[in-house]
Design a protein around this ligand. Structure first.
Ligand SMILES: N[C@@H](CCC(=O)N[C@@H](CS)C(=O)NCC(=O)O)C(=O)O
Length: 220
């Protein structure tokens, strides 16, 4: 099989890159990675050659290009014989629905609280839209854990693409001190303790790249 290469943006800021990276790691699929930092001449010159959308992440596998985080997660799951999504059809449909909701939604959370993996103790002004997004995320985590979490610590028991899709949100909860209670708070701690996520954060901490437009919030 051809070597797979996952092309990523700056780890500190690239929430879309983090998602398929995490799922590939959790599925035990071997891949090489290439980080191309945002706001650089290299990004402007190289990414359009590699990714039809001119965005990262993009997975390169032989002649194949997969240039979207959720599509990469789907491809990784197919390579892994369906692992990466819940085995039960109903749970799988729900996992896909919350993954798609993340992929397409939460505009207030994404705009006000950009992922900043190494930053801590930041605070942003609360708006009704942001509050709604935070409550909705917590309700998703709480509901999935209660209904599907019997067989393991993740949203659907075993680790799935849904967990990968929400991992950058967990980092936002940490950076900006966003509120979560009960089962949602427990799930937040599970996500933040994940060895692969911690490895990504450790690598983000030593990148030494600052993108001013992605630096939000004031010290708590
Ligand atoms: N829908 C895409 C979004 C990808 C995306 O917006 N990537 C950002 C980085 S996280 C990007 O490449 N930004 C650079 C640019 O827009 O020039 C996905 O899920 O992969």
């Amino acid at each position: 099989m051809d070597t797979m290469t996952l092309v990523l943006g700056t780890k500190n800021y690239s929430s879309w890159s983090l998602r398929p990276w995490l799922l590939l790691r959790h599925l035990g699929i071997a891949f090489a990675e290439r980080v191309i930092h945002f706001d650089t001449e290299e990004f402007a010159a190289e990414v359009p050659k590699l990714s039809p959308s001119r965005r990262v992440p993009v997975l390169l596998h032989g002649e194949l290009r997969v240039w979207d985080s959720l599509a990469i997660c789907e491809y990784a799951s197919e390579l892994a014989g369906g692992r990466g999504w819940p085995a039960d059809a109903g749970a799988r449909a729900e996992a896909r629905a919350i993954a798609a909701e993340m992929h397409a939604g939460f505009p207030a959370l994404r705009a006000a609280c950009p992922m900043n993996a190494r930053a801590r103790h930041r605070r942003v002004p609360m708006s009704s839209e942001l509050e709604w997004d935070i409550r909705r995320v917590a309700a998703i985590w709480d509901g999935c854990r209660r209904r599907h979490g019997r067989d393991g610590p993740w949203l659907f028991g075993a680790y799935s693409a849904a967990d990968a899709m929400y991992a950058p949100v967990a980092l936002r909860f940490l950076t900006y001190g966003l509120p979560a209670q009960g089962a949602a708070a427990e799930y937040l701690q599970t996500t933040l303790a994940d060895a692969d996520l911690r490895r990504w954060v450790a690598e983000a901490e030593v990148e030494g790249v600052i993108v001013p437009s992605d630096e939000a919030g004031v010290p708590a």
